[in-house]
Design a protein around this ligand. Structure first.
Ligand code: ZN
Length: 152
């Protein structure tokens, strides 16, 4: 178990494009585990590898229904729309309204190297979009229409 340092807005690594994972070796497994530990420790619902300084296409998500590990995730289908508040572990204390698709299907590889598809609605759909954008160097602040106050 290891908690990694979360990079914050202004750190250039957050703006870089991550590379696909070619081989799932022990370093990737350790990274997945450390990312989950870091996400739970910081009480986030998702974390992407660039946020811990690693430019690889990996994300972890848990919106309350269990841990989802995504290697080389891609959005393959979206529908509907939702506008709700969103935040990011790399932008502490800031929340803003962001429009996202209501329903999102992703295709990704799991830690055993198997391709899978998963469809999420609401918060999970939002998390899929948010985390996958991190892998291309985008942050939610790029899409905020209005900042909001949240007590937490
Ligand atoms: Zn984020």
């Amino acid at each position: 178990m290891a908690i990694r340092n979360v990079r914050k807005l202004g750190d250039e690594i957050l703006r870089k494009k991550s590379r696909p994972v070619e081989e799932i070796d022990s370093k990737i497994i350790t990274l997945l585990e450390d990312m989950a530990d870091t996400m739970y420790y910081t009480q986030g619902v998702g974390l992407a590898a660039p946020q811990v300084g690693i430019l690889k296409r990996i994300a972890v998500i848990d919106v309350g229904d269990g841990l989802i590990e995504l290697i080389n995730p891609e959005i393959i289908e979206t529908s509907g729309e939702q506008t709700d508040k969103e935040g990011c572990l790399s932008v502490p204390g800031k929340y803003g309204l962001v429009s996202r698709p209501y329903k999102v299907t992703v295709r990704a590889t799991d830690r055993d190297g198997n391709l899978f598809e998963m469809t999420g609605e609401g918060l999970l759909a939002r998390a899929f979009c948010h985390e996958i954008e991190h892998l291309d160097g985008y942050l939610f602040v790029d899409k905020v229409t209005e900042y909001v106050e949240v007590d937490d």
